[in-house]
Design a protein around this ligand. Sequence first.
Ligand SMILES: [Zn+2]
Length: 392
Amino acid sequence: MVLAFASIVISAVFEGGSVGKVEQIGPTHVRCAVKGQADQDNRNRQANWYFFKLTGLPQGKEVRIDLTDLVGEYNFRPGTHAVTPNTRPVFSYDASHWTHFSDGQVSWDEKEVMLTLKFVPAKPVMWISHMEPYTGKHLQSLLALRHPHAIRTAAGRTVRSREIPLITISDNSIAPNAKKVVWLMARQHAWEAGTSWAADGAVRFLLSDDEEASRIRKSTVFMVIPIFDVDGVAEGTVRFNLNGFDNNRNWDTAETRTMPEIFSVRDTLLKWLDAGRRIDVFLAMHNTESADYVEGAVEDERVRPVADALVAALRASTNFHDPKSPRNSMTASMDKGRYTVNQYLYSQRKAAAFLMELMVERHPALGRPRTAHDFSQFGAELAKCLARAAAR
Ligand SMILES: [Zn+2]
């Protein structure tokens, strides 16, 4: 017997879009595999970016979407998955305003390792994503901001020869050598859209009419990379560059052909330091499932006070949530080819370089996951905290 029914059509052919194999199980039931991405050796598959459009949604009926094929590896540990029982995807009816699915609309099947969404669509067309996307169009809007104290250059380039944008914010009426320097890097991993929202919030605050922003522009040079993996964000990948290399490992071994992103940005950073310029604080932002933390070479007595000042400022003015920070990033087991950007900058130049993780699951202080607006506000406060840590 052939069952004919109106189909729900799933598409991800747009900037940042991603979906794996799609199967329509019934008129109101679709199974969507999450595409995922593996590294250059076909290891460390991670499947936590999906961003797709649904059309032909039936009206007035409950629709069921299963997200499957979630299992992969992390740091060579098989069986892990970064979509979890606590993942709350977002939906939108215009691809611009997003809402998290509620707890009651989301269920988890541990045996199948599957996240299921059940909801009654309000319109026939909608978009679903792992988190609120921050794509090239958001970046272009940020880069279009004109301000006498902002300069846009490139920090490097990608596999597809896209520019990795760098925004320098500094009040030119004060000599550069009289200022502290902060580097803030977001989105080494394409799925981590929250970090770009935070960088966006930081830049918009630093270029605002706020009195503190004006003071910071006089005291501190900010160098901001809002999207590091520009290719991955455009093409909807997860955590590796288009040749499969992790943009937050490999900092000690990167070469230009396979890892142009790391190679070119590393060159920019080393040239900056070799020209006698300072880096008072370097921070690479990341998203993870269920923890906030800051880590760095905190056993170094020159780094520790910077870390403490940053964490104290974050605790005082943001919802940064980690009693254990700052944590130590310099462990004995750092293998060749596994250095993160902060580990590399510290090991090579003793820079006060840190990594920050920001959780995407339910935040204990908010009682819900952070929205793009939350990340953006966090970024504005983070800029103040970084300026304070640099001035310490
Ligand atoms: Zn990351």
